[in-house]
Design a protein around this ligand. Structure first.
Ligand SMILES: *Cc1c(COP(=O)(O)O)cnc(C)c1O
Length: 355
């Protein structure tokens, strides 16, 4: 590393790698962890030097504040093995910046983008051999932070832990997804925490997700908290619909998590000459477009699945079936993935190669 950092990354070596125990042809999503983790403590008003040490369990006080009051945030990103054998990250600076947006909302300390990115890159460079080379596979990276005061009482904590660990993963969804429009439960409200990757946001969606899973749906298409009318996003993905040649996605109004994939897909759509409109769009408009034969596509975007084509949107007792022949979700997914795996030119300079 050429530039001078105001911290030093300490590496504590493993004795033996677990790599040979892993069956890369049968990866379960999120269940296998690599050899190392980044571990940084925030104490007395500042971040200590990052330590990269063998992946191991944490020792916490039972009073650990995050476990009680939920001051906890995370990021999700991936390292890809490119066709020429390099390891690359996709727009990691966006995740570093969003992490600090989440931190600010949850009254947690920011971490310099430099510390976030340099410790991430160092970790990935140590774990190069863990980045799968199978088609569509990658090394999922999970940076997160939680309050770590041994104290019960609702207040902003003084101690925090920042961790990054890695998990080799296969493809997320094998098939097109079926979503059900939310009519009862809510994910985000104006003034709430919906725009932050805050742990509690996800806990609150588990029960509603189980209810729709009983009817065979993969995800909930969330709607606004006031009228259940404006569509927001799906599970952990942003939502796009294409009506009469124009792409629509919800605006960043504090009620959606602004995905890195969302922004990238907006760029790829515009590159194809497709108009992209960020505005509140109602489920009624989507139903009307469907009835008039103008609903051309609907899909989700997020790091885990990249682009997830939607087969069906269910609203009340009506099923909107997306016509495969009009859908461009697969081809947008292909283009985005081809950029990530270095198969086509990275014309927007999104990829960051890890040495
Ligand atoms: C992480 C996330 C997304 C997708 O963000 P990406 O940066 O594209 O991975 C969308 N919605 C929610 C609620 C999320 O948590």
């Amino acid at each position: 590393m050429s530039e001078v950092l105001d911290f030093e990354i300490v590496v504590k070596k493993i004795e033996t790698s677990k790599l040979s125990d892993v069956d890369f042809d049968d990866l379960k999503f999120g269940a296998i962890f690599s050899d190392y983790m980044v571990d940084v403590d925030f104490e007395e008003g500042k971040w200590n030097d990052p330590v990269i040490r063998p992946y191991q369990n944490l020792i916490l006080s039972p009073a650990c504040s995050a476990l009680h009051y939920g001051q906890a945030i995370f990021e999700g990103m991936k390292a890809y093995k490119t066709v020429d054998g390099k390891v690359a990250l996709f727009r990691p600076e966006k995740n570093a910046a969003r992490f600090n947006l989440s931190a600010a909302r949850m009254s947690m300390p920011e971490i310099s983008e430099e510390m976030f990115l340099e410790s991430l890159k160092k970790l990935v460079s140590l774990e190069k051999d863990w980045v799968p080379s199978n088609e569509g596979h990658s090394l999922y990276l999970r940076p997160y932070m939680f309050a770590n005061d041994p104290f019960i009482g609702v207040r902003t904590s003084q101690n925090y832990k920042f961790i990054i660990f890695c998990s080799p993963v296969g493809k997320y969804y094998g098939k097109k997804i079926r979503v059900k429009v939310a009519e009862q439960y809510v994910r985000a409200v104006k003034g709430g925490t919906g725009f932050a990757k805050a742990a509690g946001n996800y806990a609150a969606t588990l029960y509603p997700a189980l209810q729709v899973a009983k009817d065979g749906f993969d995800q909930i298409l969330w709607t606004d908290a006031y009228e259940h009318k404006y569509v927001q996003e799906i599970g952990t993905m942003n939502f796009f619909t294409i009506i009469d040649g124009v792409a629509y996605t919800a605006p960043p109004d504090g009620q959606i998590l602004e995905g890195v994939t969302r922004e990238s897909v907006m760029t790829l759509l515009k590159d194809r000459g497709i108009e992209v409109v960020e505005r509140p769009i109602t489920i009624d408009e989507i139903v009307e477009a469907y009835d008039n034969g103008k609903l051309e596509d609907a899909f989700g975007t997020g790091t885990a699945a990249s682009v997830a084509p939607i087969a069906e949107i269910n609203y009340k007792s009506k099923s909107l079936i997306i016509d495969e022949n009009k859908s461009i979700a697969e081809s947008i997914k292909q283009e985005l993935d081809d950029i990530k795996y270095g198969k086509i030119e990275d014309r927007h300079n999104w990829m960051v190669i890890v040495d």
